[in-house]
Design a protein around this ligand. Structure first.
Ligand code: SAM
Ligand code: SF4
Ligand code: F3S
Length: 446
C-alpha cells in the first residue's frame, strides 16, 4: 500500500502557522508524508482564520476547489480546523458538502483518528461528517511540531486572549488566556538552541499578558525574557505586544545587550482616544506615544496594526490617527478596514456605519503616508553595517534576503549556502521596498 499524503492550507496569524506545524507533525508521526499539491493528497486540512469576513469567504470558495478534486479522487478527505471551526462547529458542514470532518484548535492530536473514522464510515456508505471540537484538549508539550524552517522556530507562550477588544473575534475562537509554564518554554527554547536554531519567535496574542492567569506573581513576561537571555541562541523575538500591558521591565530588557531582538509589534488600532475607549483597548494615544518614545530611546523598531472605519470613527477621529502615524513614524504598519464580526461587542452595539468607499479612502491615505515614512526611515540606514539572518533567495536570481535584528528586510548578492546563517551586510540603498547592501564578511559569524 502506498504512503498516504497530506496537504495543509493555512490562513491567519503566526499562531495559526505554528498550529499547522503541529498538524503536519502529528500526521508524519502517523505515517503520512507531505504532498506538494492538494491534487496529489489523500487528506487536505484547512487551518482557518475568522478575524475578518474576507478570509471566511475564501475558505468556502477553496472548499469548492476541493469538491472538484474529489470528483477525480473520491477517496480524498477534507478536514477543517482553526478559528472558523471553533466558532461554527457543526454549522460548517452546511457551508460546504465537501467537508468530511471538523476539528478544534486544541484537537490536533486527534486528527489521524478522525481521518480513520471518516474513512471507515465512508467504506460503510455512512455520511462521513465527524466533529471533534474541544473534546480532549492537546497539551502543547506533547505535539510533535514539524517546523517549516531549520533555523527559525515559533514557540507559543500563551494561547487564547482575555482582552475582549470590542471589534475582535479572537477571544471567542481561541478562549481565555492560558499561559504555558516558564519551565516548559525554557526547555523548548533550550532544545531548539541545542538543535542549532538561530532564532526563536515567542507567540501570543498579547505576550505582555503572559502569566496573568497563573497564581505565581513572579511569572510575567519580563522575567520570562530575562530567563531566555541565558540560553545560547542568537536571536529571540516575540509578537504581539500590547500597549495596555507592556511594562517598563520588558522595555528595560529590550535595551540591554542580549539575544532579545530590538523589534516590538504593538497595535495602536486608532489615534482617537474616544475610539480607543470604544474599542476597549485600555490606553490613550498619549500613553501609546510615550511607550513609542521609550522604545525608540533603546533603538527598538516599532511596527503596528491600525483599523480604519471603526463604526464610530468620524473624519476628525481618522485625522487623529493620521497625526499619530506622523508622530510615531512606525517601521511598518498593517492597515485593515473594519470588518463587523458577529458575536463581538461592536457588532451588537454599533452598525457597520462607515461606508466601504470611505473606509477605502482612509486606508489609502494611511498606506501612502506609511510608505513615505518607511521610505524615509530606510534611506537613513544607508552606510550602516547590520547583522542579517539570511532567510532565503530574493526574487531576483543571485540575490538572497534576510532580516535585521530590528526586523527590516535586507536584500544582497550572495550564494544560497548563506541561507540560515548570520552575516554582516553594509547597507548601500534604502527605499520603501526595504534595504539593499553588500556582504561585508563572506564568512559566517556564529
Ligand atoms: N492580539 C493582537 C493585538 O491586540 O495587538 C492582534 C491580533 S489580530 C489577529 C491582528 C489584527 O487584526 C488586529 O491588531 C487588528 O488590527 C485586526 N483586526 C482584528 N479584528 C478586526 C476586525 N473586526 N476588523 C478589521 N481588523 C481587525
Ligand atoms: Fe483581539 Fe484585542 Fe485580544 Fe488582540 S488583544 S487578540 S485585538 S481581543
Ligand atoms: Fe485568525 Fe484565529 Fe489567528 S481568528 S488571526 S487565526 S487567532
Amino acid at each position: 500500500m502506498s504512503t498516504k499524503r497530506f496537504y495543509i492550507y493555512t490562513w491567519g496569524c503566526q499562531m495559526n502557522e505554528h498550529k499547522s506545524e503541529g498538524m503536519a507533525g502529528v500526521l508524519v508521526r502517523a505515517g503520512y508524508l507531505p504532498a506538494d499539491d492538494p491534487a496529489h493528497a489523500d487528506v487536505v486540512l484547512f487551518n482557518t482564520c475568522m478575524v475578518r469576513e474576507k478570509p471566511v469567504h475564501k475558505i468556502i470558495s477553496e472548499a469548492g476547489v476541493i469538491a472538484q478534486l474529489k470528483e477525480k479522487n473520491p477517496n480524498l478527505l477534507l478536514g477543517v480546523g482553526g478559528c472558523v471551526a471553533q466558532a461554527l462547529k457543526e454549522k460548517l458542514f452546511r457551508q460546504s458538502p465537501a467537508i468530511d470532518f471538523v476539528f478544534g484548535s486544541s484537537n490536533i492530536s486527534q486528527i489521524p483518528e478522525l481521518i480513520e473514522q471518516a474513512r471507515a464510515r465512508r467504506a460503510l456508505g455512512k455520511p462521513t461528517w465527524i466533529l471533534a471540537v474541544d473534546k480532549i484538549p492537546d497539551k502543547i508539550e506533547d505535539l510533535p511540531f514539524l517546523r517549516a524552517s531549520r533555523f527559525q522556530a515559533k514557540v507559543t507562550i500563551t494561547e487564547g486572549c482575555s482582552n475582549f477588544c470590542s471589534f475582535c473575534i479572537v477571544p471567542y475562537t481561541t478562549g481565555l488566556l492560558r499561559s504555558r509554564l516558564p519551565g516548559d518554554i525554557i526547555s523548548e527554547v533550550s532544545e531548539l538552541a541545542a538543535q542549532g536554531y538561530k532564532e526563536v519567535q515567542l507567540l501570543g496574542q498579547n505576550v505582555d499578558s503572559y502569566g496573568k492567569d497563573l497564581k505565581d506573581p513572579t511569572i510575567n513576561f519580563a522575567n520570562l525574557l530575562r530567563a531566555l537571555t541565558e540560553i545560547p541562541i542568537p536571536r529571540i523575538r516575540f509578537t504581539s505586544s500590547h500597549p495596555q500591558d507592556i511594562t517598563d521591565d520588558v522595555i528595560a530588557v529590550l535595551g540591554e545587550e542580549n539575544n532579545i531582538c530590538e523589534h516590538v509589534h504593538m497595535a495602536v488600532q486608532s489615534g482617537s482616544n474616544r475610539v480607543l475607549a470604544e474599542m476597549r483597548r485600555g490606553y490613550t494615544k498619549e500613553r501609546f506615544l510615550e511607550l513609542v518614545s521609550k522604545l525608540r530611546e533603546r533603538g527598538v523598531n516599532v511596527t503596528t496594526d491600525i483599523i480604519v472605519g471603526f463604526p464610530t470613527e468620524t473624519k476628525e477621529d481618522f485625522q487623529e490617527t493620521v497625526d499619530l502615524v506622523k508622530q510615531a513614524r512606525f517601521g511598518g504598519a498593517f492597515i485593515f478596514k473594519y470588518s463587523p464580526r458577529p458575536g463581538t461587542i461592536a457588532y451588537y452595539k454599533y452598525r457597520d456605519a462607515v461606508p466601504d468607499e470611505e473606509k477605502q479612502r482612509r486606508l489609502e491615505i494611511l498606506l501612502t503616508l506609511q510608505k513615505q515614512i518607511t521610505d524615509e526611515e530606510n534611506r537613513k540606514r544607508v552606510g550602516q553595517t547590520v547583522e542579517v539572518l539570511v532567510e532565503g533567495p530574493a526574487r531576483t536570481p543571485g540575490l538572497v534576503m534576510g532580516k535585521t535584528r530590528d526586523h527590516r528586510t535586507v536584500v544582497f548578492e550572495g550564494a544560497s549556502d548563506l541561507i540560515g546563517e548570520l552575516v554582516h551586510v553594509k547597507i548601500t540603498h534604502g527605499s520603501v521596498a526595504g534595504l539593499a547592501g553588500q556582504l561585508v564578511r563572506p564568512g559566517v559569524l556564529v
